[in-house]
Unconditional design. Sequence first.
Length: 499
Amino acid sequence: MTKSKAFIEPLDRIAIGLMLLLSVLIGLIILQGDVVTARVRDFTWQNQQIGAEDNSFTLTFSRPMEIKSVEDNLKIEPPLAGKFSWAGRRMVYTLVTPAPYGTNYKVQLEGAKDKFAEEEGKNRVLQPFVGSFRTRDRVILYIGTNQEEQGRLVLYNLTQEQKRILTPKDLIVMDFESFPDGEKILFSARAAKNEDLLSSQLYTVTTGVSGKSGQQAEPGAKVDLTLDSKDYQNLKFDLSPDGQTIVIQRGNKTNPGDFGLWFMPATSDGSAEKPTPKRLKSQPGGDFMITPDSKAVAVAQGQGAAILPLQGDASKPLDFLPQFGLVQAFSKDGSQAAMVKFNTDYTRDLFLVTNQGVQKQLLKTTGSILSCQFDIASPTLYCLLTQLVSKEQYIEQPYVVAIDLKTGQQKPLLVLPPDQRNVQMSLSADGLGLLFDQVVPQTNSTTSLPTNTLKTDDGDVIATSSLWLMPLLPIADAATVEIRPEQLPLAGFHPRWLP
C-alpha cells in the first residue's frame, strides 16, 4: 500500500503543476485580449494562369475585416478595374473587362484593419499579403503560304515570339476552329496530292499549349482523324462553344439530293470506337452557326433563319425569323445576335436582335457583311464589311467598323484595298487586338498549277498573304487616338486567335 502511494504522488504533483501553468497562461491571454492577427487564408488565383472566361477572384480572411480598409488598400499591378462584393469573411473582386493576355500580375494587401479593432481601441492590421497570377500567352493560328508552311496550320506565340507548325506536309488545311481550352484544334484538310477541294476530312491536332494551370500540355502536332469523306463530302463544319459537339454540312457523293446537316460528339466517350455522325432531321439549309448554349444551331432556311435543336425533333424549329437571312454572330451569353437582312434593292441591313424581342437596325451597306464579332469586354460589335464603289465592274471596298451597341455610334477603324472580298478578321479573347489578312492573288492564271495550290473561298489562287495586327481601344478613346495596324513578320491567311 505504501509503495502504491509513493508511485502515484509524483504523477499527481506533475499534473497539478501543469494545470496551474495552463491556468496562468489562460489568465494572461484573457487579460491581453484577442491578439490573433488577421491574415489572408486563401487567394483563388494564386500562381494560376487565367483566361478571358475567368472574371473574378476571391480573398478569404481569417477574421472579419473592416471592408473599406480592405478595398482602399488592395493593389493590383498592372491595374485591373473591378467591383467588390462581400460574403462574411470572403471578398470577391469581379473584373470589369478581361485581364489582358501575356501579362504577369501581382496582388498586394497591406494596412487593412480588423473589423473589431477600432471598437476595442486597438490598432490591429492585416498581416501583409502578396499574391500573383498570370494570363495566357497571346497566341495566333493561321494557314501558311510560304514554301515550308504552305497549306499547313501554324501556331505563333506572340508573347514568347515562338513558331510551331502543327500539321504535316501531306495535308492542305481548308478551315479550322479551336477548342475552348486552346489545347486542340479541329480542322478540315484535303490530301496535298488531291485536287478535289471537296475531298476534305476532319481532323484534330494538339497545340502543345496548356489551357489549365498546373497541368502539363499534351505534346503539340499530334494529328487524329475525326471524320472521313468516303461516302459524304464534308462541306462546312462548326464546333460548339463548349467543345462537345460538331455540326457538319454534308453531301452524298452518289446522290446530290442527299444534302444537309449532321452532328456528332467532338470527343470519344473512352471507347475504342470513333464517334459517328447522325443526321439532323430538318430541311436543307445554307450557312449555319451553333448557338452559345451549344444546344441548338441557327440555319439559313428558305426566306429566313431557323433555330433548330441538336437533340430531339429538328423538324420543329425552336424559333424562326422570316425577316432575316443570316446570323453573323452571337454574344457570348446568347442574349444578342447580329443578323443580316437581304433587301430587294440588293442592299443589306445589319440588325441587333435580342432575346427580349428587340430588333435594332445598326447599319445598311451596298456591299456585303462578311463577318461580325461581339466584344466580351465592352458593348461593341466589330464588323468586316464591304461597300460597292463601282456598279459597272462590281468592285467592293472592304472596311472594318466598330459599333457601340448602346448608342449606335459607328467608328470606322480600317479601310482595305478595293476588291479584297477574301479578308478574314479575328477579335482577341481579351478584346485588345484585331487580326486580319491581306491575300495577294496569283495574276498569271495560264501557268499550270501544282495540286497543293492554295485557293480562296472564291476560287482565286493565292500567291502570298500577309498578316496584320491592329490594337484596339474603346470607341470613346479611339475617337481621339489614331490607331494604325502593324504587319506581322508572318506569311499566311485565315488568322485566328487562340482562346
